[in-house]
Design a protein around this ligand. Structure first.
Ligand code: FAD
Length: 95
């Protein structure tokens, strides 16, 4: 996996699938595609300079110099969200 500015790619650059938007949906689709069909080339194009879309974590510095992470987007999830919980497990995000 790599990143590149769209304008830096050669005009004849080829990928099999282009996904527009690097929010959780786009990134999850890309992961599912390359997992299901290894060797498929996928480009995720994003207009912002970061991934995540509406998932956006702020770092807040407190008066005592502690840094706190505050989520501006997805804050609540539950075990009924089975695909999300599977992804959290697959990525080893639970301690
Ligand atoms: C305040 C807030 C609280 C939330 N709380 C929760 C919660 O507690 N639990 C929960 O499950 N969900 C929550 N959500 C919803 C959750 O964040 C969204 O459903 C989810 O992040 C949407 O992901 P997405 O990939 O579908 O879309 P987005 O995150 O909107 O991603 C779309 C991406 O596509 C890009 N894009 C759009 N058009 C173009 C274009 N033409 N070219 C290139 N790039 C483009 C955008 O820049 C963006 O990065 C919350 C959302 C908000 C805003």
């Amino acid at each position: 996996m790599g990143t590149a500015r769209f304008t830096d790619l050669p005009p004849d650059h080829h990928v099999d699938i282009v996904i527009v938007g690097a929010g959780v949906s786009g990134m999850y689709c890309a992961r599912q595609i390359v997992t299901a069909r290894p060797g498929t080339t996928v480009a995720v194009v994003e207009r912002l300079d970061r991934t995540g879309g509406r998932l956006d974590t702020d770092l807040i510095r407190t008066d005592d110099d502690t840094t706190i992470r505050e989520e501006e987007g997805g804050m609540r999830f539950n075990y009924g969200m089975t695909e999300l919980m599977q992804l959290v497990d697959d990525l080893g995000l639970c301690g």
